[in-house]
Design a protein around this ligand. Structure first.
Ligand code: ATP
Length: 310
């Protein structure tokens, strides 16, 4: 087997709570993670040596106004808004290097990324690509690492990588790497909308004042709702403490949430550190009309209708 293709799925946070700031700069979190049906595609091909990465941005994966449609990105060391670096700073490159170095494989690999997931959006786009790389190269080179071993490697790249290796529905604790699987929510229609603003994760955590956060998401209540397969109970408990930073700073986030609810969403929330917003709908027509309205009103440049992915 010389070539392998893998899908790298995005995630949303049904709930995100920050417990405390740690001395090492990380934050202790409690999050309910959920894979969604939006994915990047990665192709891995064996070569004689070295790691070569090429990136294609689909028009949906970045702000069309900022980068040329269909452009193949040149090698670059910094990352302009909405673009993905095709150099050693890419998490795919880091994951490939880590796996090849730790296993002693001397062959090389050529990796092609087709990027569909919005970038710097709170959907773990980079982490899921890193996870797909660990899984893909494990298979391509017949390394037989267990998922647990891959998760231990993955956390060296990023706190969300272990979850992305596992996927599905999970409670993530610690810095996000302590995972407990949960039952998948009942099927629903999701609208995912990324407004054309750039929100840095560092900015959000720097401006999070935990002592003033009065409302923390009811994570245990959501776990109970997942257990009883109660979509309304899940939607009623959507919560993300990082909205206390982003919603006042970027009013478009609240506008998109309101638009989703006005079209019948059972609930709507910002994912991760944003700015992407998702809405949960029981009926497909409502989801489609919400997406259409968000697009035509220019509230978000990247809008998807999808569902939960087990
Ligand atoms: P998270 O939800 O984990 O905070 P995110 O969705 O907010 O992640 P990413 O899409 O992972 O953010 O991108 C954050 C930055 O990481 C980008 O601006 C980009 O420069 C860099 N990056 C490195 N590798 C990748 C990759 N494979 N895909 C996307 N971004 C990458």
């Amino acid at each position: 087997m010389q070539t392998i293709t893998r899908k790298a799925y995005a995630k949303i946070n049904l709930a995100l709570d920050v417990v405390r700031r740690l001395d090492n700069g990380y934050h202790e979190v409690r999050m309910i993670m959920q894979t969604v049906g939006l994915y990047d595609e990665l192709t891995f091909q064996k070569t004689d040596g070295g790691i070569v990465l090429t990136v294609d941005m689909t028009s949906s994966s970045r702000d069309a106004a900022r980068t040329r449609e269909g452009a193949r990105l040149p090698l670059q060391t910094d990352s302009p808004n909405g673009a993905v670096p095709a150099d050693q700073s890419n998490l795919i490159y880091k994951a490939a290097k880590l796996l090849l170095d730790s296993s002693g494989v001397t062959d090389g690999v050529s990796i092609h990324l087709r990027k569909n997931i919005p970038v710097a959006a709170g959907m773990a786009g980079g982490s899921t690509d890193a996870a797909a790389t660990l899984l893909g190269l494990n298979a391509l080179f017949g390394l037989h690492y267990t998922k647990e071993e891959l998760r231990a490697l993955g956390v060296k790249i990023g706190a969300d990588v272990p979850y992305c290796i596992q996927g599905g529905t999970a409670l993530a604790e610690g810095i996000g790497e302590i995972l407990s699987p949960l039952p998948a929510p009942p099927a629903a229609h999701l609208v995912i909308a990324k407004p054309d603003i750039d929100v840095s994760t560092a900015f959000v955590y720097r401006n999070l004042h935990l002592e003033t956060v009065m409302l923390h998401p009811d994570i245990d209540g959501m776990i109970a709702a997942l257990d009883r397969q109660d979509l309304k109970g899940i939607a009623d408990r959507l919560g993300n403490v990082l909205e206390t930073v982003t919603v006042p700073a970027y009013p478009v986030i609240a506008q998109i949430k309101e638009k989703m609810v006005s079209h019948g969403a059972q609930g709507a929330l910002m994912s991760g550190s944003g700015p992407t917003v998702f809405g949960i709908f029981e009926h497909s027509e409502e989801a489609q009309s919400a997406a259409e309205d968000i697009r035509t009103q220019g509230l978000a440049g990247q809008v998807f209708v999808t569902g939960f992915e087990p």
